[in-house]
Design a protein around this ligand. Structure first.
Ligand code: COA
Length: 257
């Protein structure tokens, strides 16, 4: 697939995917969602990719939302289809990836932009980041997981405040709300995400993938998270990574995963 709306670069084991529609503040149109989906499925299958960083082109926006011009005349059925496809193709896909995904939020992350950042496993914001779920101001609600993930990440009261007011918050409030793990100057954002990635890469890819699944199990309807963890913990014992990790500790050397 030829990408027209994203850039994919890899340095060692870290892949950086840049959403590249700066003239539209990187708004997520259908083509961009399809390209992101295609690239991320490939990344998750590629064992040379150990961490993915998603960011936006330019200094103004990560992603200013779903592309409003594409859905303003949609019917009820088309609206449902838009949301379902988005969940399946991109937002749930990221959440459930085996490869850890870091969102490096370099400015506005609104609507689908904040939903994209929240689908990632870790978020780092630049100081100029401004984020919100403004959908109720457009006569709609967040449809790419925002009503669920914001409440999970920031708590119900804060999610209600942000969704019902439709207002943006700045990076320091987002840090206070637990929406971002860290806030750094814009010029340090990608390096900071890469430093985080380096810490992750030292660890077992099998254990990372399993840990992501277990944390997610807490939020999966009808799943007993503790039982899920017990089973997944046991399964680790049958892997080469477990043998290597524990042997390296006993031999006082770094594990080679
Ligand atoms: N969908 C489609 N186009 C968008 C967009 C979106 N979500 N967000 C921004 N754009 C486009 C604008 O239409 C404009 O395009 P144009 O130059 O062809 O007219 C361009 O990006 C620049 O945006 P502009 O509004 O001129 O920048 P600004 O600095 O004045 O305002 C924002 C920045 C982010 C406050 C404003 O763009 C905004 O409110 N965007 C929509 C946010 C939103 O509601 N997102 C949720 C969607 S569900």
């Amino acid at each position: 697939m030829n990408y027209e709306n994203i850039l994919v670069e890899q340095e060692n084991s870290i892949q950086v995917i840049t959403i590249n529609r700066p003239s539209k503040l990187n708004a997520l149109n259908k083509a961009t969602i399809e390209e992101l989906s295609h690239a991320l499925i490939a990344s998750d299958k590629d064992t040379s990719v150990r961490v993915v960083i998603i960011t936006g082109a330019g200094e103004k926006a990560f992603v200013a939302g779903a592309d409003i011009s594409e859905f303003s005349d949609f019917s009820v059925e088309e609206g449902k289809d838009l949301s379902k496809k988005g969940h399946d193709q991109l937002f749930s896909l990221i959440d459930q990836m085996k490869t850890p995904v870091i969102a490096a939020v370099n400015g506005f992350a609104l609507g689908g932009g904040l939903e994209l950042a929240m689908a990632a496993h870790i978020r780092i914001f630049s100081e100029n980041a401004r984020v919100g779920l403004p959908e109720t101001s457009l006569g709609v609600i967040p449809g790419y997981g925002g009503t669920q993930r914001l409440a999970q990440i920031a708590g119900k009261g804060r999610a209600m405040e942000m969704i019902l007011s439709a207002e943006m918050i700045n990076a320091s409030k987002a840090l206070d709300y637990g929406i971002t793990n860290n806030v750094v100057p814009l010029e340090e954002l990608i390096d900071s995400a890469k430093k985080m990635a380096q810490k992750i890469i030292k660890n077992s890819p099998m254990a990372l993938a399993t840990a992501i699944q277990c944390v997610n199990a807490n939020y999966a309807p009808g799943v007993d998270g503790m039982a899920y963890e017990i089973n997944a913990f046991g399964n680790c014992f049958g892997t080469e990574d477990f043998t290597e990790g524990t042997r390296a500790f006993i031999e006082k050397r770094k594990a080679n995963f």
